[in-house]
Design a protein. Structure first.
Lengths: 519, 97
């Protein structure tokens, strides 16, 4: 009768909890029992581990083998416990000293040949191990780079059970062909280097993007097809400054959990996520049966979520965005756990005015009946519209304008510089508040701590006429601050508030806005 | 522990023995499984839930027929590996059913 334990990590949302894997070799007919709320993928670990151990030249105990994953009440899912289970069993058989497993977390799935397969969530799991005071983590060889992104913990990459045994016995490790990481590389969009100068015309919309990027405001683009809504949205992440270390770690952890391949480096550019309009609620906000996996909104954390053809999304999918838009995170309740994922994304919606796309477009011939046009617009509900800071209309380009616009197109780099300056101003002003940008600041903080801008009569008037909700007032206020930050003013004045109100309501006060656009 | 062999049931299936022994006041019914190699797994692995259930029923029948009484009964299993030219290896696990 012998027993030993090894340690692994259970991920609930982004939080990792340490799981103790106990193996007990007791008297009884040969049987392997796995207890401690495993899901089906984990329950099959028994058979995977047995084959892996036998094929690695080790013995599977011929007696009653009990494997317990504790805390027993925490539901556990996934295949990454395999290597910890095998380590506990081999330690119980004294294949290597059980003390070798102390203060060590093991992560990885086993193939039947005994080789270690990469798993998702290595980065958040390693973070959890480090925070729990563990000094060493053993991961699949090809994911050692990802685990090494965490400071303050020793990382060992191993390729197979034979290598693990040799390593823990202090013997030279045999050569094993490691299994490569599959999964879409993360940060693919950031490498595409899209330039704002590629978009012809749409000077006002570009400026709206600049404001949105500077203050992290949500936007709604509406206009006929083919005027550059999608092109412009794709270029917004390029205007955002690099992520700081804390954000980079958090964003990388979410991507690791979602199964992206981090390729051994942190994601330092703001991510971009553009789910297709056939997306389900679960794919957008995250989901799973017993536990949950992050969705598109979490993959856009600290970056941009672009929903093209927003009215084509199922209404229930769009409505699911309401809470995360407000609180910057999503809590998914499942039968056994509540998983929390960060989701502080910047939303950009794009919509045509009607099914044919020509309604309210100068020179366009709309074929749709007024009822159809109204229905189409209603697909983006009031509550969602109310959470949008900037409503930006796109107009078709005239030929003459096209020519003129071509010459003075600004590149992303120039705009990004102005955005960075505006961000610096915000950071100085909001220092110690916990927020970094105007778009995130809470309404109460805004009213209490930021000096009241002049010229609020414009806003009051709009409220009185029922054109602006209480939330809308805060939105206008935040926008005004961002516009002032971009213009280099310390406090927003009457002009900034007027522009902010116009942007919020999607009006086209061309004259006013062009004044600010001027270089 | 002293075991007294009370009865051995042989010949039902080749290589399968039901042995009974009394250790103190405990009646032990034992399933013995023998294999000539480990190519198809250890003999103990071949002792299934169904086999143990049969043994339990058999124990009840045996006790009724022999009018035996005991303070407790126990079901054991013995796995024997017989490889030609090697010492037989015997594994005895107690209280399995």
């Amino acid at each position: 009768v012998a027993s030993a334990c090894a340690w692994s990590v259970a991920l609930v949302g982004l939080e990792g909890r340490i799981v103790e894997v106990e193996a007990d070799i007791g008297a009884g007919l040969p049987r392997t029992v796995l207890v401690g709320l495993p899901d089906s993928a984990l329950y099959q670990a028994r058979d995977r581990c047995k084959a892996a151990v036998s094929n690695s030249g080790q013995e599977w105990p011929i007696s009653l083998l009990t494997i317990n994953l504790s805390p027993a009440t925490l539901p556990k899912a996934g295949s990454h416990y395999d290597i910890a289970i095998v380590a506990a069993i081999l330690a119980a058989q004294r294949v290597f000293p059980a003390e070798e497993l102390r203060r060590t977390v093991l992560l990885g799935e086993l193939g039947l040949d005994g080789r270690l397969r990469p798993v998702r969530g290595i980065l958040p799991a390693t973070l959890a191990a480090q925070q729990a005071g563990f000094t060493r983590v053993i991961v699949p060889l090809r994911q050692a780079g990802e685990a090494e992104l965490v400071d303050g913990i020793e990382v060992f990459g191993i390729g197979s059970v034979t290598q693990l045994v040799a390593f823990l016995r202090g013997l030279p490790m045999p050569v094993v062909e490691p299994i490569d990481v599959v999964g879409e590389p993360a940060g693919k969009h950031a490498n595409r280097r899209l330039d704002l100068a590629d978009v012809v015309g749409q000077v006002e919309a570009k400026w709206a993007c600049e404001v949105a990027a500077a203050g992290r405001h949500h936007m709604l683009f509406h206009g006929p097809p083919g005027v550059g809504k999608t092109m412009l949205a794709e270029r917004v992440p390029g205007l955002l400054p690099d992520l700081d270390v804390h954000d980079a770690l958090e964003v990388s952890a979410v991507h690791s959990l979602a199964g992206f391949n981090l390729a051994d480096q942190l994601i330092t550019r703001p991510p971009y996520s553009d789910p297709h309009h056939s997306a389900s609620v679960a794919s957008l906000v995250g989901g799973g049966q017993r536990t949950a996996k992050p969705g598109a909104i979490s993959c856009a954390h600290k970056g941009v979520l672009f929903l093209d053809e927003a009215p084509e999304f199922q209404p229930v999918v769009l409505e699911a965005l309401r809470t995360p838009l407000e609180c910057g995170m999503i809590t998914l309740g499942r039968s056994e756990v509540h998983a929390r994922f960060p989701a502080r994304f910047q939303l950009i919606l794009a919509a045509n005015p009607c099914p044919c796309g020509q309604a309210a477009t100068p020179g366009g011939h709309c074929q749709c009946s007024p009822v159809v046009v109204r229905r189409y617009a209603e697909k983006i509900s009031g509550p969602i519209r109310d959470r949008i800071d900037i409503n930006q209309a796109f107009l078709p380009l005239r030929k003459a304008y096209l020519k003129a616009a071509l010459q003075r197109a600004e590149s992303s780099a120039v705009v990004a510089e102005r955005v960075q300056e505006a961000r610096d101003r915000q950071r100085r002003r909001l220092a110690g508040s916990g927020w970094q940008t105007n778009g995130e600041v809470s309404g109460s903080y805004l009213r209490r701590h930021l000096p009241l801008p002049d010229g609020l009569q414009v806003v009051d008037e709009a409220v009185d006429r029922g054109r602006l909700s209480a939330r809308g007032v805060d939105k206008v206020w935040r926008l005004a601050w961002t516009i002032a930050d971009l213009a280099g003013h310390d406090v927003p004045g009457r002009d900034e508030v007027a522009i902010a109100l116009a942007m919020r309501r999607g009006e086209q006060p061309g004259a006013v806005r062009l004044e600010v656009v001027g270089p | 522990v002293n075991y007294v062999l009370l009865q051995a049931a042989n010949g039902i299936v080749v290589g399968l023995i039901y042995a009974l022994s009394a250790a103190g006041l405990t009646l032990v019914f034992c399933e013995v499984k023998c294999r000539s190699g480990l190519g198809f797994g250890h003999p103990l692995e071949a002792i299934t839930y169904e086999k143990m259930r049969t043994l339990r029923q058999l124990a009840a029948v045996w006790m009724r027929e022999h009018r035996r009484k005991a303070s407790s009964i126990r079901l054991d299993a013995i796995g024997v590996v017989l490889v030609t030219g090697q010492e037989p290896s015997v594994t005895h696990v107690r209280a399995v059913g």
